[in-house]
Design a protein around this ligand. Structure first.
Ligand SMILES: Nc1ncnc2c1ncn2[C@@H]1O[C@H](COP(=O)(O)OP(=O)(O)O)[C@@H](O)[C@H]1O
Ligand SMILES: [Mg+2]
Length: 313
């Protein structure tokens, strides 16, 4: 296991009110595996990635990365561990310094590693640009001079150049045209096949997630409602929320209608209670139980082995 997150919890205080953004999340990623994290906007996906990357501090919980506990690590250990973890964001142009040429930006992770000569770094940058499908001449360009798709390729180059163990991809195709999205996904797929890097792939697009991820976790109001192998989860979603997400998925060009709730997530029971078509009074009051069916995990007290909600038949 390259990364294991347990009980990860983060609250934010907004206008004096505590709101829970990530609620006792458990996730694990094996070496070479791509884990998809899906859920609608505001469900806590980015906060989870930022906690894993060490950009935010959790209220509690544990993040074991590369066999070391991340949450209680010293600043020095954290710096060392971070070299093995890279992040790619939704807006590539914003993630580059506008005054720095790509060669400088892409080589940054190597400069921190302090083990290469200048000429070696240059060669590595050119080689990595080629790996992500960009010509060497892009090294001398600025991020604002190139297209969004090219810039996302450059961001991927910067992420992979130091050969990290884990890459966190947060909605990396959401700001791109559909045709460019497909190219970026196929690049990522190729990297996944060629290397033993692991990926946390965050998206609200189910089709994209199912095309690249080995496993998927479904997030709703800060909690993982269901997780499992991609095929098992997509073909046989069992949690009422996942079923809603999959069966009511928006058609291309449409926006999925999201159900808005007044509750800020600080409740004991199931957070999907008010929209669930199989909920009972106890679901509101008691924390949902976790049902594990050969690694397909459903967080629902009513989804016991004998009483699954209308499992696809
Ligand atoms: N820095 C912050 N301060 C206050 N609330 C935040 C902050 N970051 C995120 N949140 C809240 O946490 C919840 C989860 O946000 P986020 O992780 O960005 O969701 P997602 O990436 O799934 O859209 C949202 O309700 C959001 O408003
Ligand atoms: Mg987000």
């Amino acid at each position: 296991m390259i990364m294991q997150v347990s009980n990860l919890t983060k609250t934010f205080t907004v206008s004096g009110k505590k709101q829970i953004a990530v609620d006792k999340v458990n996730l694990s990623i094996k070496r070479g595996e791509c884990l998809g994290l899906i859920g609608e906007s505001g469900s806590g996906k980015s906060t989870t990635a930022n906690l894993i990357a060490g950009l935010l501090k959790p209220d509690w919980g544990s993040i074991v990365f590369n066999s070391s506990e991340f949450v209680k690590a010293s600043a020095k250990d954290l710096r060392i561990a971070r070299k093995e973890m890279q992040m790619v964001f939704q807006n590539p142009q914003e993630s580059f310094n506008p005054r720095m040429k790509l060669i400088g930006a892409i080589s940054e992770p190597l400069i921190y590693q302090k083990k290469y000569k200048k000429s070696e770094i240059e060669q590595l940058v050119y080689g990595t640009l080629e790996r992500v499908g960009l010509k060497g001449e892009y090294a001398a360009k600025y991020a604002w001079e190139i297209s969004g798709g090219e810039c996302q390729r450059a961001a991927i180059a910067r992420a992979i150049i130091g050969n990290p163990k884990l890459i966190l991809c947060d909605e990396i195709t959401s700001a791109l045209d559909v045709s460019v999205q497909a190219q970026i996904i196929s690049l990522l797929y190729q990297l996944k096949e060629e290397t033993d890097m692991s990926f946390l792939f965050i998206s609200h697009d189910l089709a994209i997630v199912s095309s690249i991820c080995d496993k998927v976790a479904v997030m709703y109001k800060g909690q993982i409602m269901e997780s499992g192998d991609t095929l098992s989860l997509i073909n046989n979603p069992l949690h009422p929320y996942t079923r809603d997400l999959i069966f009511n998925a928006a058609k291309p060009g449409e926006k999925r209608i999201e159900k808005v709730s007044d509750c800020n997530g600080m409740i004991n029971g199931c957070k999907y209670y008010e929209f669930c078509n199989i909920s009972e009074k106890q679901c509101r009051e008691n924390p949902p139980e976790e049902v594990n069916m050969n690694g397909h995990i459903i967080c629902c007290s009513k989804c016991s082995h004998s009483n699954l909600p209308l499992a696809l038949s």
